[in-house]
Design a binder for this molecule. Sequence first.
Ligand SMILES: O=C(CO)[C@@H](O)[C@H](O)COP(=O)(O)O
Length: 240
Amino acid sequence: MAPKAIIAPSILASDFGNLSSECSNVIKEHGADWLHIDIMDGHFVPNITIGAPVVTCIRGSVERSADWSKGVFDCHMMVAEPQKWLEDFKKAGCDLYCFHYEAAVTSKDPAVSPSQLIKNIHALGMKAGVAIKPDTPADVVYPLLDGDVEKPDMVLVMTVEPGFGGQKFQARCMPKVAALRERYPELDIEVDGGLGLGTIDQAAEAGANVIVAGTAVFGAESPGEVVKMLRGTVEKCLSK
Ligand SMILES: O=C(CO)[C@@H](O)[C@H](O)COP(=O)(O)O
């Protein structure tokens, strides 16, 4: 199936004091396709955000107020032990569990390889994403996407060092997106970090179809307009 344009605002840039209304509004009022939820454990990255109990509350609240029972909770797991949180996040309402390749290959549990994690995620009924940091080459994910193996549903190419919102987009990551798109025309390719109206052209032209934008959406005067413009740019490139 041809990839679709998906705009996934990162709630890291929202007002955590009003998290439930921020999440409902970005879906209901501003037209977000997915909610991108950044989970940071203070080990894999030097920052701490939220865990499964908060995700459970967000899920309940958006289902009640935004009638969003089929919406996608895209959980970006910036955690040192991605295997540890699978059941908790499934129960909390996570739909897409995106772990970092770098964490999986250096995990304390040698039995947990990226391919085993993908199987475990699928066995729980979630989609699996694999994220790579700016310095990790794209070809590490090729063996996961090729051949007769259980494949990830999405690859996330980080365009900033994971850990903090509001950083500058690293255009040097675009050749990785282009290489992935050329090799995998149907793959969902997500980009995350510094995406907004000034950088979307580069990401969309390289072939990204899932756009995470935190500051650009939550910091905008008209978040709905930004969501629409980001989606329009991606759709234009996908239809070329
Ligand atoms: O994963 C991360 C940061 O680690 C991102 O999701 C950022 O939170 C995106 O924020 P902006 O750069 O769009 O503000």
